[in-house]
Design a protein. Structure first.
Length: 310
């Protein structure tokens, strides 16, 4: 897909191909990729790099164009199996035009595009919105984490456990992407004069670097919180398992001697020993009394030894 944009009254407006100063390609076809290469004399490797999610953010200064690659969070709809991922976005500055190349529509035409007068403004607003997007997703991850934290002592099923591990994996992606963007921003600031950035533009880059640093700190903090929660969840699960095993052990310890007594009293020899069938009432009454005494003694022995409570 291809969108043609231009700056009108400090806003981005859709326009025609001949009048466009900004071209936005998302989910580009092979034909569109070939057209970019042929029309603007851009190396095919650089074009492919913009669509490679494993590509490292960087800035390249070529003879005919500038290439900027950065990381941006992928749009998601939170669900139980969601992993927050990041996409690679490529930006070419060539022949007084700016070309955005990405795997999905990242909505260049949004409220953050207000107040733009030049292509440089558009570039910096997009980078700023990218960092804001990271922070927004981190806040969502924190909200999800807090909801898990409230129910941490309750039974946590496998789906919840998988979701927690997915959030941890997402933060690994985010921390890597934010760190890579930090290197990108530092280089952008270093070559700002070469790109004819104004002093205001350079100040905005400084603000963006600060925002990116904040996103980095938040991602590390939230990652640590999830680590603690995963460990706490494992501790709670182990404690519940230990308590269950202890209950089973107590039941076994109580019934083993009772089984022994029942086996002894059930022998025919015991009936003869107690005087035959005429004394069965006395025998079974003694059996019941002894069983109760043994059960009570075993119960209090466990209470006395370990301070055990049901």
């Amino acid at each position: 897909m291809l969108e043609y944009l231009k700056i009108v009254d400090e806003k981005l407006k859709q326009t025609t191909e001949d009048d466009a100063s900004i071209l936005v390609y998302y989910e580009p076809t092979e034909e569109e990729l070939g057209s970019i290469s042929n029309t603007y004399s851009i190396d095919n490797y650089d074009i492919r790099s913009c669509l490679d999610n494993d590509e490292i953010p960087r800035i390249e200064v070529n003879k005919d164009y500038y290439l900027l690659i950065l990381k941006r969070p992928k749009s998601v709809s939170p669900s139980e199996s969601t992993i927050f991922k990041i996409n690679t976005v490529g930006i070419f500055i060539v022949k007084n035009k700016m070309i955005f190349l990405m795997r999905e529509n990242l909505h260049i035409l949004d409220n953050r595009s207000l107040g733009v007068n030049t292509l440089t403004d558009v570039l910096l607003r997009f980078i700023y919105s990218t960092i804001s997007h990271f922070i927004g997703h981190l806040k969502i991850i924190n909200m999800i984490t807090e909801s898990f934290e409230k129910n941490l002592t309750d039974n946590i099923d496998n789906k919840t456990s998988i979701y927690m591990y997915n959030l941890k994996k997402s933060l690994v992606y985010y921390i890597a992407g934010i760190n890579e963007n930090a290197i990108f921003l530092d280089k952008l600031k270093n070559i700002a004069k070469k790109l004819d950035f104004s002093d205001d533009n350079i100040d905005l880059i400084t603000d963006i670097i600060i925002e990116n640093e904040q996103a980095k700190k938040l991602s590390i903090i939230f990652s640590s919180i999830i680590d603690v929660m995963i460990n706490a969840k494992e501790v709670v699960t182990n404690n519940k398992l230990n308590k269950t095993m202890k209950n089973l052990t107590l039941i076994t310890a109580v019934f083993v001697p009772l089984s022994f007594i029942a086996g002894v009293f059930g022998m025919s020899e015991w009936t003869v020993f107690t005087g035959g069938e005429s004394n069965m009432v006395i025998s079974y009454t003694a059996f019941l009394i002894i069983s109760v005494i043994v059960a009570v003694v075993m119960y209090f022995v466990f209470n006395w030894k370990d301070g055990y409570k049901w």
